[in-house]
Design a protein around this ligand. Structure first.
Ligand code: FAD
Length: 536
């Protein structure tokens, strides 16, 4: 069997790319003109976005009065502002500056293989058992795909207009992504629930062993969330215990997944929350959550902060008083004083089974130890992607370094530098979506447009003189209007070198949340080193 292009992964980025490869070509639309008059003038001259000169179009962004993201790839910032020009004003169904013209002659034969059982990639999964009714971090418009928005889907399903500033539930977005391919008539190329393995380069393109399939071009859209960092061996016995409301559930992690587990737990479930607390050099991603936009995450952050401060000031009880002086409704709806205990910067040094429970021994930074009985474990220390589906020679080519140092765990940082240069990271191999280091759906459009442009251009034999999709990252300070999202995807919260740790920030070395007394960069190197040791 043979096809022109194979896309690995069936997440949102694969869907956006497939929409374009089905012949939906993005053009700048001036109805109404984009609020950035300079950008409007530049694009009026050359409206075909597949051929956009990203460097020239975005050169003025750093000095603009408009709030352009300073951290996403320039091409992603460009498409984001064109697709949703008035995001800050009305996010439900704002007028777009992109018109998708159907030009079937531009279509490229392709297939999408995803091991997720339905279109939607990581949105079809719930590895930590969090509630499907938890709201997404993004507003609906920021999760919308071209040609059939979430608002369209909501209207089709409920018959009602989507209220502005809706944060849908994870279930609603999973349902939307599942319905999307049929709604825009691209379902013919989806091969869901299929794991791709053993991809190697051939003289004419690539061979995919698992499917006995040949293709000329390869697009990697496999994401950075397919592998869950497993708990260290010491904690494995706790995994075997079953949670029960009267015994503390052990939750490890200081990111969104740990918070999701806490929020999703039954109302009377006792929780023992172990997390790293280092607001100066490595704040929890929850810190970016404003209490009005994200009351539940802001509430968990408040609980963590109180626990951390209580332990620092050596208060007798480590349990934070969640209700005292609280103006947060989230903190009122459960008896947090009775059910939540937060332990910051402790190391787990021993686990012993006690009937149906596990007795865990913790060590404080000062060396003192104490024990707690727990039942059930949520280990939410992070997720990674993998390129293990590429044969080692091709993987080495893609990762651009020796197989000896070839760490199979892929974070948002692994390919970031390459993505800044060019999304074609090896001849005829492209990366899109969160693999590029821009993990939000809203920032997937740019990479997909550039990649589609290249694939179409290559097929048409017009290799042209277009530059790779790179340009310097803007240094403009972040605007206040987008602050809420800035913390969500790792942008602005961490130094760039650490932006790969997006939703979860507790990468535990042993089973410790004690911060090393070093600066961020050397801490990061230490963690990377330890992570390599753990995954070797
Ligand atoms: C819990 C969680 C919540 C999030 N919330 C938001 C949010 O609110 N807003 C937002 O914009 N972003 C959010 N994100 C970020 C997320 O990266 C994006 O929403 C989006 O899913 C990225 O899409 P993608 O196409 O890069 O890949 P993914 O959605 O990660 O999909 C890639 C798929 O490829 C599969 N795959 C990997 N290897 C193979 C193989 N060899 N063969 C077949 N299939 C393979 C993976 O298993 C996965 O299913 C969230 C992420 C997580 C983990």
């Amino acid at each position: 069997m043979e096809t022109d292009t194979v896309i690995v992964g069936n997440g949102p980025s694969a869907m956006i790319l497939s929409y374009i490869l089905h012949g939906h070509i993005p053009f700048y639309s001036r109805n109404p003109p984009h609020p950035d008059a300079l950008l409007d003038a530049k694009l009026t001259e050359a409206p075909n976005l597949l051929n956009a000169d990203v460097g020239a179009l975005t050169a003025h962004f750093a000095a603009s009065r408009l709030s352009y993201s300073t951290q996403a790839l320039p091409v992603n910032v460009l498409l984001d502002t064109l697709v949703r020009p008035s995001l800050d004003v009305d996010v439900s169904d704002c007028a777009s500056n992109v018109e998708w013209r159907h030009m079937p002659e531009k279509a490229i034969p392709h297939l999408i293989f995803g091991n997720a059982p339905r279109p939607g990639g990581q949105w079809t999964e719930d590895p930590h058992g969090a509630s499907w009714d938890i709201q997404t971090l993004s507003y609906a418009a920021m999760l919308s795909l071209p040609g059939y928005s979430f608002a369209d889907h909501h209207r089709a399903v409920t018959g009602a207009d989507l209220p502005p500033f809706t944060r849908p539930t994870r279930r609603e977005i999973a349902d939307y992504f599942e319905a999307y391919p049929a709604a825009v008539k691209i379902e013919d190329v989806f091969r869901d629930g299929e794991d791709v393995k053993g991809i190697s380069r051939t003289d004419t393109g690539f061979y995919i062993k698992s499917h006995n399939l040949h293709c000329k071009r390869l697009v990697l859209a496999s994401g950075i969330f397919s592998e869950i960092l497993p708990p260290p061996a010491m904690l494995q016995p706790v995994l075997q215990t079953s949670s029960t409301p009267t015994m503390p559930l052990l939750v490890v992690g200081s990111g969104f997944s740990a918070a999701d587990a806490i929020i999703s737990a039954p109302a009377h479930q006792k929780i023992l929350h172990v997390f790293r607390w280092s607001p100066g050099d490595r704040p929890s991603p929850l810190r970016g959550c404003h209490q009005h936009a994200y009351p539940e995450y802001a509430g968990v952050y408040r609980l963590m902060k109180r626990a951390a401060l209580a332990s620092r000031t050596e208060k007798k009880s480590q349990q934070p008083n969640a209700r005292r002086g609280s103006s947060m409704p989230f903190l009122e709806y459960r008896q947090w004083d009775d059910i939540y205990e937060g332990l910051s910067n402790v190391e787990i040094v021993d686990v012993a089974m006690e009937g149906p429970a596990a007795e865990v021994t913790f060590r404080h930074e000062n060396g003192s130890t104490f024990k707690r009985l727990v039942q059930g474990l949520v280990y939410a220390a992070g997720r990674r992607g993998t390129l293990a589906y590429l044969e080692s020679e091709l993987r080495t080519e893609v990762l651009d370094h020796d197989e000896a140092n070839n760490d199979l765990a892929i974070s948002g940082q692994t390919l970031r530098a390459r993505a800044l240069e060019d999304l074609q990271i090896a001849p005829d191999v492209y990366i899109i979506g969160s693999l590029t280091g821009d993990s939000l759906v809203r920032f997937a459009y740019g990479g997909c447009v550039v990649t589609a442009g290249r694939l179409i251009e290559h097929r048409d034999g017009d290799r042209g003189s277009r530059s790779p999709c790179s340009s310097a990252v803007s240094t403009r300070p972040p605007s206040s209007s987008l602050q809420a999202m800035n913390g969500m995807d790792g942008h602005h919260v961490y130094p760039v070198a650490e932006a790969g740790l997006t939703r979860e920030d507790t990468l535990l070395s042993k089973v410790s949340t004690i911060p090393a007394p070093t600066n961020v960069q050397s801490w990061w190197k230490t963690v990377v080193h330890m992570w390599k040791d753990l995954t070797r």
